[in-house]
Design a protein around this ligand. Structure first.
Ligand SMILES: [Zn+2]
Length: 345
């Protein structure tokens, strides 16, 4: 039996539960390809999955990693589109492909929707099987590391801004934590749609990078009052769209930053989920609070067009060799990065 390297976890806990070890190379099914993984990006999901979520049990040992790029080594007999040797990335999300939601194109609402590294084994290994429908060829000029940095955050930010918040050209957008993966993606998407972007970040270096990404105004969320700054920049009007994913730490300021008819869209709660809401402003100012989870396969293909053309640029902060994955997790956990953290098998 051929052996390969993988990072497995047998229990939830700190970065030290991640074990770099030999396991047998996986078999593929007829509708799957075998991928030689060349780069895998970290997401907050990796940290949640590693630490364990109340009520969510996963089979052990587990392999993390949702954002995956590599080369196709073999294809199963039912594969028609993808050929061995192609450079590709994978859609992070998988679904049943048969239910009403899936065939309506909203596969992210499928009851069997899950992600590599979450409900199924992920990309922190040298070789992995992937259903052919998840495989998306990438152009030669795109590095595996940059390709791996793209899918999860760009599909999430695209779905949030355009589909859920109904972003229109010319609107004002507040992007929380531009240094995060989704924040980095949101700043660029909003700018591509000719919006004025106010971005928050922590510290001078990150504020400068947010500006370089295209943010028109920046706010230091450790030093400044977010909503007061938003009101000052917008001449007391507020913004049309607030792009939230931070949760408890920023929620009150995010809500205060909304203009009349404003939409707050959220995809996460990295600082906590329990928030307060004064509903008087919600109805009297005609505002909307919108949840968002991942995005559809169609939106992923749409967003990636712009990544492949170089109009949207996945920002890679740093790549770690896969044996040092525990250090990569700690690095992301300590919020040291701007953009994506990658592990390379
Ligand atoms: Zn389905």
């Amino acid at each position: 039996m051929i052996q390969m390297k993988a990072v497995q976890m047998y229990e939830h806990g700190g970065p030290d539960v991640l074990k770099y070890e030999d396991i047998p190379e996986p078999q593929i099914r007829p509708d799957e390809v075998l991928l030689r993984v060349r780069a895998c990006a970290l997401n907050h999901l990796d940290l949640w999955m590693r630490g364990g979520l109340p009520g969510a049990k996963i089979p052990m040992p587990h392999i993390l990693g949702s954002d995956i790029a590599g080369e196709v080594v073999r294809v199963g007999e039912l594969c028609e589109r993808i050929k061995p040797g192609q450079r590709v990335l994978l859609s992070p999300g998988t679904s049943c492909r048969q239910c009403e939601q899936c065939v309506s194109g909203v596969d992210n609402l499928c009851r069997r929707y899950t992600l590599f590294g979450a409900g199924r084994l992920g990309g922190n290994r040298e070789y992995m099987p992937a259903p052919e429908y998840t495989v998306i060829p990438i152009p030669d000029h795109l590095s595996f590391e940059t390709a791996a940095a793209a899918p999860l955050v760009f599909v999430t930010a695209w779905h949030m801004l355009l589909t859920r918040a109904g972003l229109q050209a010319g609107e004002d957008v507040l992007v929380l934590a531009a240094s995060s993966g989704v924040g980095m993606a949101a700043v660029q998407i909003a700018k591509m749609f000719q919006c004025r972007v106010i971005a928050t970040a922590g510290g001078e270096a990150k504020l400068r990078k947010a500006r370089e990404l295209g943010a028109d105004h920046v706010i230091d969320h450790y030093q400044q009052d977010i909503s007061a700054e938003v009101k000052r920049i917008t001449d007391r009007r507020g913004v049309d769209v607030v792009f939230e994913h931070v949760g408890a730490a920023t929620w009150p300021k995010s809500v205060e930053s909304l203009a009349s008819n404003g939409r707050l869209v959220t995809c996460g709660n990295t600082t906590g989920y329990d928030v307060k809401l004064d509903i008087r402003y919600l109805f009297s100012k005609h505002q909307a609070l919108v949840g968002s989870f991942m995005g559809t396969m169609g939106e992923l293909h749409r967003a990636l067009k712009f990544v492949f053309q170089g109009k949207l640029k996945p920002v890679v902060d740093r790549a770690f060799p896969m044996p040092e994955i525990a250090a990569a997790h700690a690095y992301l956990e300590n919020k040291e990065q701007f953009g994506k953290v990658i592990v390379v098998p």
